[in-house]
Design a protein around this ligand. Structure first.
Ligand code: UD1
Length: 365
């Protein structure tokens, strides 16, 4: 059976790492041929190559080298490139990951060629159609034949849209990867004082001058050291004088994008995380670090339990008092321990591969 994983952006490399390893671990005789297509959506070495090396992901068999562009141009070029690859190397199914333009392009190109589509991290919803990721998620789920849902909330969302019959609860492969790597990490060299780890990259934030203005105010008024690994989108969208303003702040350390291990170490050793990233919200929860989400909603409702994650929007007047109370360590600290069972306890890779093979073999009989 031929499987083609389609990836292109940073969070997808972590996910394909788990799936490629789980496929490789299948007993001989399973007769799976797994290949990887990289669209090139993320192309900087720090956004792509370092993940392939560090996570031992096999080199992509196909590389489209598409790079950045507006949504239409970028997604369109991916569609054409993926269609070309699928016409040459006929897969039995493609696996698409998450919610990026590479995801929706992979799903659409395959569905039109009658190649089965498997969506890993299906069923997530923010219910905010202004996010490009939400449009990608909805379109991809409806194009897919098999929905691998990481949480019970994702299953409920899929059921609500009439997709329940093809949805399977598998757990979250991001937890598998974190459990594999987190234990062996040394403390990060910057983790001497207590600090907040800050990340910011979503278009809804970076592309809004008003929200960026509030983000900078928040950074300026943070009462502790902030470590800010800077996503290329944030760097590209910040006007030069705003970037200079951030770089002048003596309590803010701006870093280049981190590799996976460095990022996990920074998350684990932080006293709190401030972010608009879905993956970082979850990793903070898995590691038991309080997280303040600088958005109006989250797709990861499970992380809100016990107050581990709080959705506070981009408003310094709301965020700063919470930062203060967390620092004082009084009653506002999260309660209980994070419940990793809701995310599959580290067995999502195995569960996903089992579901993929069962569903495809069932269909070919
Ligand atoms: C994409 C995904 C988002 C995901 C994120 C993870 C979409 C619509 N969005 O957003 O869901 O959370 O990846 O990182 O697919 N750039 C570089 N170097 C790179 C990659 C990007 O400089 O290696 C710059 C581009 O020039 C562009 C900006 O970053 O200006 C945005 O790139 P884009 O492809 O739109 O993706 P992300 O914003 O990273």
């Amino acid at each position: 059976m031929r499987l083609l994983s389609i990836v292109g952006a940073r969070p997808q490399f972590m996910k394909v790492a788990v799936i490629a390893a789980a496929l490789k671990a299948l007993p001989e005789g399973a007769e799976i041929e797994h290949r990887i297509l990289h669209t090139g959506q993320h192309y900087d070495p720090r956004m792509s190559d370092c993940f392939f090396r560090q996570l031992s992901i096999p080199d992509p068999d196909f590389h489209l080298g598409i790079g950045s562009g507006n949504h239409g141009a970028q997604t369109g070029a991916m569609l054409a490139g993926i269609e070309r690859v699928l016409s040459e190397w006929r897969a039995d199914a493609v696996i698409v990951y998450g919610d990026t333009n590479s995801t929706v392009a992979g799903a659409l190109a395959a569905a039109k060629l009658h190649v089965r589509v498997i969506h890993l991290e299906a069923g997530l919803r923010s219910f905010n159609r202004r996010m490009p990721e939400e449009i990608n998620r909805v379109a991809t789920d409806h194009l897919s034949d098999v929905l691998l849902c990481p949480t019970a909330t994702a299953i409920e969302n899929a059921q609500r849209e009439g997709l329940g019959d093809k949805s399977y609860l598998t757990g979250d492969v991001m937890l598998d990867l974190l459990l594999k790597y987190a234990a062996g990490l040394d403390p990060h060299e910057l983790a001497k004082d207590s600090y907040a780890l800050v990340t910011m990259h979503r278009a809804e934030n970076t592309d809004s001058p008003a929200r960026m203005g509030r983000f900078i105010t928040l950074l300026e008024r943070l009462p502790l050291t902030a470590i800010l690994p800077m996503h290329p989108r944030l760097r590209a969208k910040l006007p030069a004088n705003d970037l200079a303003r951030i770089e002048r702040l003596s309590h803010v350390r701006v870093l280049e994008p981190c590799d996976y291990g460095e990022m996990l170490a920074l998350e684990r050793d932080a006293c709190m995380v401030l972010t608009d990233s879905g993956g970082v919200q979850k990793e903070a929860y898995f590691l038991g670090v309080p997280c303040l989400t600088l958005r109006t909603e989250t797709e990861w409702k499970e992380t809100l339990e016990g107050g581990w994650n709080r959705v506070l929007d981009m408003n310094p007047d709301v965020v700063l008092p919470v930062v203060d109370s967390l620092l004082r360590g009084n009653g506002s600290l999260p309660k209980g321990v994070p419940d990793l069972e809701q995310f599959g306890s580290g067995r999502a890779g195995e569960a996903s591969v089992k579901t993929i093979l069962n569903s495809l073999r069932g269909e070919s009989q």
